[in-house]
Design a protein around this ligand. Structure first.
Ligand code: ZN
Length: 483
């Protein structure tokens, strides 16, 4: 009984420790919020991270500290050159095994026995180490002599000043890094001074253990993914296809597992929309895709997938149709001869007058002003409903009579307006409900950076503004129809 209880406490305690660790690391490395979250999450989910950027941007320092915070973890660091030999990375040949005619390496203290590795200038990896490196990254195995051994690596952090050229044959290596970050020098002046004066050590010492990581990993398998997140995946897939960007199913799968791991680490049972921004560092291949991807993710997170643009453009379209109709009716000149109401005897000299009368007395019928001539001295007048009469005047007599008010045209606009209203109300309701909810989710999601939160909420504010604009257009249409 008590054993089980202790375990629950540990599970409960992990999200808090993780949060504390994140705060400490973000304090130590300014302007590296997203990189730290990425490096930690990669460690928890067994993915590798690539840092691209100039030297002196604390990349290796970050990796070292990350390993110090891993209780019981071992760290391997190496700066690769074109001439790096397998001994330097995988360990020296064992002399005793050579005497036995075997070809084995002593791997203690080298990459095959590390939990976390930092490989600087990773794209300098030459062909003598590339294959073994790929096998370690990919399969977590190492061929030692004629034995294949498992490798305990959680994450390899690779660093490079630049991306590899396409012709260098390093595409496979590049592909092994799910997480990709561009690192720049510290931008903010205050933060820069903080870096200059920092003593580089912190008194804080929150750690996580290998057993924590194991627990999170197995917890991730039972984390569910919300429907709107899956819908967002479909949108993303469509986006990349339209841009002819190829993303393998394996990569898509991995990203989903990372998100489930992120949720599990926070003690959550499902992946909601607030986790989407994590994808911004996993789904780009070429730097020029980065901004578009981020913007799309921010949009998907803030909108729940509702496309406001369509609603906006329909209401604008309706408004412009109305404006056109109005212009038409403003040019509604005087009739060449009066039109007479059969029921009350009123006469009208313009379509406007006629329509106004039709609105007030919808049941009155009218006479064709040419009927007398057409039918001789004693005509038996045919009586027309207003819409029929308009039709005759326009099409048989050739008058310009289009009048917005009254008639089928107006009913059409009114129906369209009503449809738009219905959609609008639904979207607005969902939006308002979502807003409070979204803020709460964003604030509670430790993996997000301040920048992510701000941008998502700003995007939502902008959506609320466009909602107000749509509302204004709809009101204008309404007023227009009332005349
Ligand atoms: Zn009348």
């Amino acid at each position: 009984m008590s054993g089980g209880h202790v375990q629950t406490d540990e599970v409960k305690g992990f999200p808090d420790r993780l949060g504390a660790l994140m705060v400490e690391l973000r304090e130590q490395f300014v302007e590296r919020e997203e990189e730290i979250a990425g490096a930690l999450l990669a460690m928890l989910s067994g993915e590798h991270v690539l840092f691209i950027g100039p030297p002196g941007t604390a990349k290796s320092q970050m990796a070292k500290v990350m390993c110090e915070r891993l209780r019981g973890g071992s760290f391997y660091y190496y700066l690769l050159t074109r001439f790096t030999s397998p001994e330097e990375v995988f360990g020296p040949l064992s002399l005793s095994s050579l005497q036995r005619d075997e070809f084995r390496r002593r791997t203690e203290g080298y990459l095959p026995q590390a939990n976390i590795a930092f490989l600087d200038e990773i794209f300098k990896a030459n062909s003598s180490i590339l294959n073994s490196l790929l096998t370690i990254l990919n399969e977590r195995r190492f061929h030692n002599g004629n034995e294949v051994v498992g490798v305990p690596i959680l994450s390899v952090y690779g660093a490079s000043n630049e991306l590899p050229n396409e012709e260098e044959g390093l595409a496979a290596l590049y592909d092994r890094f799910l997480y990709r970050f561009f690192i720049t020098n510290v931008q903010d002046e205050g933060n820069f001074l903080k870096v200059l004066t920092s003593t580089n050590g912190t008194s804080a010492n929150t750690t996580i253990g290998l057993e924590d990581i194991e627990r999170v990993k197995s917890g991730a398998l039972s984390v569910k993914v919300d429907d709107d997140v899956l819908q967002a995946y479909l949108s993303l897939r469509k986006h990349f296809r339209s841009q002819s960007v190829y993303i393998s199913d394996r990569r898509w799968n991995k990203t989903l597992l990372v998100m489930r791991t992120a949720a599990a680490a926070m003690g959550r049972e499902n992946v909601d929309l607030s986790f989407l921004p994590l994808l911004q560092h996993m789904l780009w291949d070429k730097p020029e895709q980065k901004e578009g991807l981020r913007s799309l993710l921010i949009d998907l997170t803030s909108s729940g997938g509702v496309d406001l643009r369509r609603l906006q453009s329909s209401s604008e379209e309706l408004l412009s149709l109305l404006a056109k109709a109005k212009q038409h009716s403003a040019s509604d000149v005087q009739f060449p001869r009066p039109v007479c109401c059969y029921d009350c005897g009123s006469t009208f000299m313009s379509a406007k007058e006629l329509c106004r009368h039709g609105e007030s007395f919808p049941k009155h019928l009218y006479m064709d002003p040419y009927a007398r001539e057409a039918q001789g001295v004693n005509p038996s007048y045919r009586k027309f409903e207003l819409s029929e009469l308009m039709h005759v005047l326009e099409n048989v007599r050739g008058w310009k009579v289009t009048c917005l008010r009254g008639g089928a045209e107006q009913r059409l606009y009114a129906r369209e307006l009503q449809d738009l209203r219905t959609v609008y109300e639904k979207v607005r309701g969902a939006h308002e409900m979502e807003r409070g909810d979204l803020r709460k989710r964003l604030d509670g999601n430790i993996w997000l950076s301040k920048r992510d939160r701000q941008d998502i909420l700003a995007r939502q504010d902008r959506r609320l503004e466009s909602m107000a604009e749509i509302e204004r257009s709809l009101k204008e249409v309404e007023a227009e129809l009332k005349g």
